[in-house]
Design a protein around this ligand. Structure first.
Ligand code: S3P
Length: 168
């Protein structure tokens, strides 16, 4: 039985890499954000807007506990998921965790092109403001991310190759 969690900051490619890895290992793929949206019939942005971040984190934890029982899956988590409650501990106990580690420069370039309103945490920041925000948040979150069983970093291609080379 395999259960793999991909973690990392917004824009690190967890969903795309997760899909690719699931296909490669012949496992199912679950995107935790999409799972939350389906369960509550609200978009992530709507949950933040209507109920606030605390309520979102509670729903996220509840859904993480559910998907952490699924078997033979690759699960891409939201960027904040490992940093609240005992979520990181839970993922490490329930499966293999992989941190996709990108620099703040790389992330801000990738996120600069993302759809406005899609990621409420970024509040439509752009340019230098976006870069500084990511740099600060990443510094806070790294202590959680770095608890992962595997840490892979580099360019998109290097991350893809490293993922496919892991003995999971
Ligand atoms: C968040 C990341 C998002 C989503 C929510 C909060 C965060 O997921 O869960 O908007 O706090 O970093 P992605 O990392 O998939 O964008």
């Amino acid at each position: 039985m395999k259960r793999i969690f991909l973690i990392g900051y917004m824009g690190s490619g967890k969903s795309a890499m997760g899909r690719m890895l699931a296909k490669h290992l012949d496992l199912d793929f679950i995107d935790l954000d999409a799972y939350i949206e389906n369960k509550y019939r609200l978009s992530i942005a709507q949950i933040f807007e209507l109920e606030g971040e605390k309520a979102f984190r509670e729903k996220e934890k509840y859904c993480l506990e559910e998907v952490a029982e699924f078997e033979n899956v690759v699960i891409a988590t939201g960027g904040g998921a490992p940093c609240f409650y005992n979520n990181m501990e839970l993922m490490n106990a329930k499966g293999k965790t992989i941190y996709l580690k990108l620099t703040a420069e790389h992330l801000s370039k990738r996120l600069a092109g993302s759809k406005p309103g899609l990621r409420p945490i970024l509040q439509n920041k752009t340019g230098d403001e976006l870069f500084r925000f990511i740099q600060e948040k990443l510094a806070e979150r790294e202590k959680y991310y770095e608890q992962a069983h595997y840490i892979i970093e580099g360019s998109d291609k290097e991350i893809e190759d490293a993922l496919l080379g892991l003995d999971l």
